[in-house]
Design a protein around this ligand. Sequence first.
Ligand code: CA
Length: 239
Amino acid sequence: METKKTILIVEDEKNIVDILRFNLQRAGYGTVEAYDGEDGLSKARETNPDLILLDVMLPKRNGFEVCKALRGEGNNVPVIILTAREEEGDKVRGLEIGADDYITKPFSMRELIARVGANIRRTTVLSPAVDTTTGAVTLAGDLSVNAESHLVFRAGKPIDLTQREYDLLTFLAANPNRVYSRVDLMEQVWNYGYVGDDVRTVDVTVRRLREKIEENPASPVYIRTRRGMGYYFSNAAET
Ligand code: CA
């Protein structure tokens, strides 16, 4: 299902571009190339890459100017600055103007590919993809939520939840894999202090929520039970 990620290479030395393209493509990435800062900026805007490898010393506009311009436009694409070993101040300067990482030349291809992967993963976690039809953000698996409309979707279809069910789901999902006791949930989601048998309310709400969001409510994958302890939201949809 995962679509191919695209890397924009902005580098004026053709032999470096060639070796980057070859290795990135072999690692499963698509590539776009630019040989000067001006063209790098246009291609960043036009092709909306998943990451930019950005050389510092470039014709027309240098790497810092390109990065600064992108950040000024609110573009948060991960940027890895490629800098020569002797350009000591470049690292600090690059990070100051909003680059995510830097790598010094000559670099090992293995390290570069690892950094590319790490920086793409980091942004995927930080800014989950918003579904353009539902405006919803994925919680886990086929479950998504639109926090503005308070709508939860399963496989793109809205689910009819009560306010309490919605509150319980979003509370648990905000802290995946953290176990909450029924007393905790009573206090956090219902805003009640612990009053005797009221914790049964939590069990009932969990059961109803499971009936609505789980494929098989008897064997839930999202809202799970930690026996004797409480409930938690699992974002590892397969298990
Ligand atoms: Ca250069």
